[in-house]
Design a protein around this ligand. Structure first.
Ligand code: DGL
Length: 269
C-alpha cells in the first residue's frame, strides 16, 4: 500500500483522457495533474524545446512527494522518455510502449496506423517500438497538427463540419493503406474518437494511448504492492487561466463534480 500521489502531465487538456482511465481503474489513487496550457501545443516544436518544457513539468510535479509519473503526452513520451527516466528516481511511464503492445495484439493484417503530432511522427518512436515487438508489422504514420488546437477549443463533436473536414484530410491516407488498427498517438485524440471512427470505418480498431498508459501504471503499482486504498481524488494545476481549465477539464474528465484548478508559473521550475 502506498498513499503517495501519482503525477500526470501533458501540454494541455489531452492528458485528462489518461486521468479519466486512471480514475476508472484506480479510484483510490490521488492524482496531481499539470496541463501546460500556456505553451500548448508542444507537437510543432523542436526536440530541445520539448525536452526543456518536459523537464520543467516534471520538476513542478516533483515538488510533491510522488510515487510515479505518467507522461500523458505522446509528444513528450516519444521524444524525451529515456532522459526523464534517467534523471528521476521514481517510475516514469510514457504512452508509446503501452499503446504499441495493445496495437500489436489487436492487428490481424499487420498494418498499423499511427496518428500523432509532427514531433511524435518525426521521432519514429512508435515505429521503433512496434518493430521491436513484432517485425512483421508495417507502420504508417501521419501527422495531424490541427487536431490539438481544435480539441483545446472544444471542437470535438463529429457533426462539427470543421473537425470532420480536417479528420478526412489527415486520415484518408491511413485508411487507403488498409490499416486495421489505428494508434491515437496523441492523448488529445481520444476526444475525437467518434469522428475518427467514422472516417476510418468501424472495422478499424482504435488504440487510446493514454488509456493504455494508465493500465500499464496500474499493473506496475499492483506488482509493487503500491496501490492506494484511500478515497482518491484529482488536483489540477495549469500554466494559464484556471477558469478556462476548469470549464473544459470537467467536460473532458466526465466527472460530475466541478474540477478545481490552480494556476502556477511553470517557468520558475
Ligand atoms: N497531448 C499531446 C500529445 O499527446 C499534445 C501535443 C501537443 O501539445 O501538440 O502529443
Amino acid at each position: 500500500m502506498n498513499e503517495r500521489p501519482i503525477g500526470v502531465f501533458d501540454s494541455g487538456f489531452g492528458g485528462l483522457t489518461a486521468v479519466r482511465r486512471l480514475r476508472d481503474l484506480m479510484p483510490s489513487e490521488n492524482i496531481i495533474y499539470f496541463g501546460d496550457t500556456s505553451r500548448v501545443p508542444y507537437g510543432n516544436r523542436s526536440r530541445d524545446t520539448i525536452l526543456k518544457y518536459a523537464r520543467q513539468d516534471t520538476r513542478f510535479l516533483r515538488s510533491f512527494d510522488l510515487k510515479a509519473i505518467v507522461i500523458a503526452c505522446g509528444t513528450v513520451s516519444s521524444n524525451c522518455l529515456p532522459q526523464l527516466q534517467a534523471e528521476n528516481d521514481i517510475p516514469i511511464i510514457g504512452v508509446v510502449e503501452p499503446a504499441v503492445r495493445r496495437a500489436a495484439a489487436l492487428t490481424r493484417n499487420k498494418r498499423v496506423g499511427v496518428a500523432a503530432t509532427r514531433a511524435t511522427v518525426a521521432s519514429g518512436a512508435f515505429q521503433r517500438a512496434l518493430a521491436a515487438l513484432d517485425g512483421d508489422v508495417t507502420v504508417f504514420s501521419h501527422p495531424c497538427p490541427l487536431f490539438v488546437p481544435l480539441v483545446e477549443e472544444g471542437r470535438c463533436r463529429p457533426e462539427d463540419p470543421v473537425i470532420r473536414l480536417v479528420a478526412e484530410e489527415y486520415l484518408l491516407p491511413l485508411r487507403e493503406q488498409g490499416v486495421d488498427t489505428l494508434v491515437l498517438g496523441c492523448t488529445h485524440y481520444p476526444l475525437l474518437s467518434d469522428v475518427i471512427a467514422q472516417v476510418m470505418g468501424r472495422s478499424v480498431a482504435l488504440v487510446d494511448s493514454g488509456a493504455e498508459a494508465a493500465a500499464a501504471l496500474q499493473a506496475l503499482l499492483a506488482e509493487r504492492e503500491a496501490l492506494a486504498e484511500g478515497s482518491g481524488g484529482v488536483r489540477c494545476y495549469t500554466s494559464d487561466r484556471a477558469a478556462d481549465f476548469q470549464r473544459l477539464a470537467s467536460l473532458f474528465l466526465g466527472e460530475d463534480s466541478a474540477i478545481q484548478a490552480q494556476q502556477i508559473d511553470i517557468t520558475r521550475y
